[in-house]
Ligand binder design. Sequence first.
Ligand code: SF4
Length: 223
Amino acid sequence: MNYEENDYILLSALQHFLFCPRQCALIHVEQVWTENMLTALGRIMHEKAHETKYEKRVNKIIAHGLRLFSKRLGLSGQTDIVEFNKIKNTGAGCTLSGFSGRWSAFPVEYKHGKPKRDHSDEVQLCAQAVCLEEMLDINIPEGALFYGKSRRRHLVVFTEELRGQTEKTAQKIHEMFRTRKTPKAEYSKKCNSCSLINKCLPKKTGGTTQASKYIKRMAGQFL
Ligand code: SF4
């Protein structure tokens, strides 16, 4: 089944959902948003990564900020960079408008921090690869995550397991959008690094499914 364009979810929702399903619902369903130091740094790194459109080097084209979508997973978004490397094998890779020859694709995503314990960054990158595969009719076996803290690239292999996790996560988010149900807050250590902690109020809203209702109720007391 293919999704309609109106039902596409943002690629970033995958990472938010794996960090905390409630955070994902607050941002993408209830559209509550706030910026803390961590998200501000992330945004600045992304803006830097999206400054240029194309860089041409010897046998390499670096595309910045490519728009992506997948009808199959109902996803849309933008890449930080995709490196296209010229390949000799005429039966593999893809063609690129305005450039001769055939090219392989290698997505690279910039992250401001350090590698996380969960696989949320890998899933987001894998989702980008799935989008590119569908758009370019190509196979993409691997990509990389670049972390600002270590200033190193980490190779990510798009295994069947990672692809499966990516697909499952996208399906769960679509389900959450369909039901429009925001999961209850569960206070844990990760809440302390969450940009929404002051909107979510996890210690107070544990039994409240819609943070916006709680916030309005609280605000009402002061009007
Ligand atoms: S504060 Fe905690 S429970 Fe609330 S959205 Fe953030 S991580 Fe999730």
